[in-house]
Design a protein around this ligand. Structure first.
Ligand code: FES
Length: 172
C-alpha cells in the first residue's frame, strides 16, 4: 500500500514552513522538485542530506533523483554554509533597485561571490530570484531575516558586524 501521509519536517526550524508552502502550492507534485530545491537553497543557503531526504519523501521521488538535480545545476550547493548566510535577492524588482551594487558591497567585505563562503568561514553569500516582497526592494536576508530597502552601506555595516566578531576573537 502506498503511504500518502506527508512526512514531518526534519526539525522545528520555522524555515521548513517555507519549504512546505512551496511544495503545497504545487500539490506535492514530483515535477516541483527543482522549485522546491530552489526554496531550500534560498532559505537555508545550501542543500544537505537531511533536506534532500525530506524533499524526496514529501514529493515521492527517488533520493537519487534529488541528488542528481542538486548536483547538476550550478546554483545548488551541497557544501555547508559559513557561520552566517547573506542572501541577496536578484529578482527583477531588486535588480532594478540596485542588487548589483549590493553584491559588489558583499564582495568587498567578504571577498565572496554568490555561491561562495568568505575565507574565514564566517559568511556564505547566496542569491535568490525573488522572495515575494518586491515592494520592499532591494531585499537582503541576513540568516533568513529580511531587510528591505537596504543600501550598500547598511549591508556593509551588517557584514562588518559579522566579520568583526571574528577579528575581535583573533585579537584577544
Ligand atoms: S525581486 Fe526581490 S523580492 Fe521580488
Amino acid at each position: 500500500m502506498i503511504n500518502l501521509e506527508k512526512p514531518s519536517p526534519p526539525s522545528e526550524d520555522r524555515r521548513w514552513k517555507i519549504i512546505d508552502r512551496t511544495m503545497r502550492s504545487y500539490g506535492y507534485a514530483p515535477h516541483s522538485l527543482i522549485q522546491t530545491l530552489h526554496t531550500v537553497q534560498e532559505t537555508f543557503g545550501f542543500l544537505d542530506e537531511e533536506a534532500m531526504r525530506y524533499v524526496a519523501e514529501a514529493l515521492r521521488v527517488p533520493l537519487s533523483q534529488v541528488y542528481g538535480v542538486a548536483t547538476f545545476y550550478h546554483f545548488f550547493t551541497l557544501k555547508p554554509p559559513g557561520e552566517h548566510t547573506c542572501t541577496v535577492c536578484t529578482g527583477t524588482a531588486c535588480y532594478i533597485k540596485g542588487a548589483e551594487d549590493l553584491l559588489r558591497a558583499v564582495k568587498q567585505v567578504t571577498g565572496a561571490d554568490p555561491g561562495e563562503t568568505s575565507a574565514d568561514g564566517k559568511v556564505s553569500v547566496v542569491t535568490a530570484r525573488c522572495i515575494g516582497s518586491c515592494g520592499l526592494a532591494p531585499i537582503v536576508l541576513f540568516d533568513g531575516e529580511m531587510s528591505g530597502k537596504i543600501t550598500p552601506k547598511a549591508l556593509e555595516e551588517k557584514l562588518n558586524e559579522w566579520t568583526h566578531i571574528a577579528e575581535e576573537a583573533v585579537g584577544e
